[in-house]
Design a binder for this molecule. Structure first.
Ligand code: GDX
Ligand code: MG
Length: 389
């Protein structure tokens, strides 16, 4: 008989270039947890950042920690996806009962994150527990404007549009989910920022019981300045969401439950998550003739509004409805790796984010989040009417 007190969980932190003291503190917290048998820190490369974490880990004696570099497994840019997939492949070959993933840069990580996920897995038998947390109303702009709208349009009536954080990098996977993901070629190919999107879709379409667990204090981590700091993430998450279009639709009866909605901490309600002024400047900079040509292929009304940005910033027109049409056009045309498409898709996303930031986000936190939730329901309803169901 197995000893019920024997720890069987693995905790994985993918990392690239983070504050070493933050990473070390997170490694220590995880390795001290009584459910945790081992902690892995998966580096982007065998570089100075990895050496610094390795050296910090040598001073932690709470439990076994392994620091190693990710392998080249996927077919896109080598990024976080290769890191997570390297861990999934190795975990599938070892005996861990559960695998947790956490971003390495979380500054308010504590044992309650692990407790929350383990409790949902213990009590409800969930194979997938996703952490969900309140975010400033101008944060999570990839989630709100790209991933959730596309999931709502492509998979109406399934669990996917209701997930609060389909991009979340903080989750627990049970043994069966780890094995399924490790042998999924579509997941393994997604070596870039799209990994979270494809893992979310894969676990939902495989029908694993799923739970969303609230982290009440939010996730505190490195924030952004000008939005081009997350340009690659926006483009790769767009491509990942579009790539799901013809893939399996999760059954509408899959077991899903979530903690009830909770109020956001008051400081988050007053945070502006990025620098608005410098971001507006990105609308007019560096239009190439190729990008201009692509914009000219957009539906007539939209085309002129978009092209006006060559001369002066213009984004008020990019309402939720217009953005829905824009996503449809991107869905059938966008090409990852094509410089003109990437530039245009990024710029269009900026127009949508700025339109929302300078209008609905000013209504105050609760109204702004309520508005965003309503846009997702509207995209889902619109997709139903177009016969996607
Ligand atoms: N091994 C490895 N390799 N780790 C990486 C790499 C890489 O190439 N690139 C980033 N990381 C690590 C990074 O050090 C951190 O621990 C984690 O991945 C997340 O990166 P971060 O720069 O902190 O991303 P951010 O903006 O906090 O994004 C997270 O939330 C997004 C979202 O929910 O909007 C992250 O989990 C994203 O995957 C997610 O899309
Ligand atoms: Mg972060």
């Amino acid at each position: 008989m197995t000893d019920p007190r024997r720890p069987t969980s693995l905790v994985v932190f993918p990392f690239k270039q983070e504050e070493v003291s933050v990473v070390a503190s997170n490694l220590r917290i995880a390795s001290a947890h009584e459910s945790v048998a081992e902690v892995w820190a998966v580096a982007a490369a065998e570089d100075a950042a990895m050496a610094a974490v390795q050296s910090a880990a040598e001073d932690i004696h709470e439990g076994p920690i392994r620091v190693f570099a990710q392998e080249r497994l996927g077919s896109l840019r080598s990024g976080k996806g290769d890191g997570m997939n390297t861990a999934l492949a190795r975990a599938a070959e070892s005996g861990f009962g559960r695998v947790h993933f956490y971003d390495a840069d979380i500054t308010n990580f504590d044992r309650s994150w692990i407790d929350g996920a383990e409790a949902a897995a213990d009590d409800g038998g969930y194979q997938v527990v996703r952490h969900r947390f309140p975010r400033a109303s101008t944060d999570a702009m990839i989630t709100w404007m790209i991933t959730r709208p596309l999931l709502a349009k492509q998979f109406p009536g399934t669990v996917l549009p209701s997930l609060g954080q389909p991009l979340g990098g903080e989750l627990l996977l049970g043994r069966s989910a780890v094995e399924a993901l490790a042998s999924d070629r579509f997941v393994r190919a997604r070596s870039d920022w799209g990994i979270d999107t494809v893992i979310t879709h894969a676990t939902a379409s495989l029908g694993f019981p799923m739970y969303e667990h609230n982290v009440l204090d939010g996730k505190r981590h490195a924030l952004y300045g000008r939005l081009d700091e997350i340009r690659a993430m926006a483009i790769e998450c767009l491509d990942a969401a579009i790539s799901l279009r013809d893939r399996a639709r999760p059954s509408s009866t899959g077991l899903f439950a979530a903690d009830p909605p909770a109020p956001a901490p008051s400081d988050l309600k007053h945070t502006v998550a990025y620098d608005v002024g410098p971001t507006i400047e990105l609308l007019t900079e560096g239009w190439s003739p190729e990008e201009q040509g692509l914009a000219e292929s957009f539906p007539a009304g939209l085309r002129d509004e978009i092209l006006a940005n060559i001369d002066a910033p213009s984004f008020d027109f990019m309402t939720a409805e217009v953005w829905g049409e824009t996503l449809d056009t991107l869905g059938s045309g966008f090409v990852l790796g094509d410089a003109a498409w990437e530039s245009l898709a990024f710029r269009l996303w900026l127009m949508r984010v700025l339109a929302y930031t300078t209008k609905e986000a000013l209504w105050g936190y609760d109204a702004a989040i309520g508005y965003l939730e309503q846009t997702i329901r509207d995209y889902e309803k619109g997709a139903d009417h177009h016969g996607h169901r």
